[in-house]
Design a binder for this molecule. Sequence first.
Ligand code: PTJ
Length: 259
Amino acid sequence: MSDVEIPDDHPRRESLVTRHRIEAGVEKGITSRQGLIAQGRGEAFDYLLGERTIASADEAERAAAAALLLARHPVISVNGNVAALAPDETVALAETVDADVEVNLFNRTDGRMAAIATHLREHGAASVKGLTADGRIPGISHERAKVDADGIGDADVVVVPLEDGDRAEALSAMGKTEIVIDLNPMSRSARSATIPIVDNVVRALPNVTRHARQLRDASREELEAVVAAFDPERALDAAERAIRGCGPETEDDRPPENA
Ligand code: PTJ
């Protein structure tokens, strides 16, 4: 099935297009087969959220934009799912907030690392980090510990979309500001994040970019106020209530303007 075979008026078009991108990612050697399982889990949460950016996620995306604009050295970490789902959106955010893009994989092989770096360059990434792997995240025994010393190793703010929780916790322990994008508000990654974004990565990345463009002329004090006003516990609780269908998000939530 290709994108063109899904009719424009199909009620689940977005979901089907997204699913196709992951499938194509596996075929191209970008996405791991475990990535298909992760996608299924994400889809289930997204379905319960109404496949929309809830108000608390939009607030998190604005806070993330402010944190990225304040950063000395922001880095966006990319795995096989993110590379397949949102390569253009990743590159656009990196350009807008002047961030590095670094490939970091759980199921790391030289072949996948190279395929993802090539794929990101084809989508406009000026440079892609992660292949040097001359740095380590302390306390992690698997492949995700491998980072570039002048990339995630040096970063003060890291965007971590869609992964399991131990690296997220380790990055927090290193004192880095961590922006996690994860549709499961109960996941360890979301719970250890400085700024958890409970939204689909395909909506979250462009919405962070939109906010960053709007905040570009704000002073450091204004940006710091946006970050300080964000409450991660409240955002996670709001997302969980929306998923359980028993909170104010369900009744009062409005999609963000211009989203
Ligand atoms: O490419 P690799 O080798 O680094 O492997 C990447 C995967 C995603 C396979 C690996 O990190 C993994 O197994 O992740 P988990 O433990 O399945 O966690 C993925 C999390 O992301 C889950 O909480 C999902 O609900 C969530 N998720 C899945 N799809 C999306 C998502 N969150 C946001 N947007 C999505 N599209």
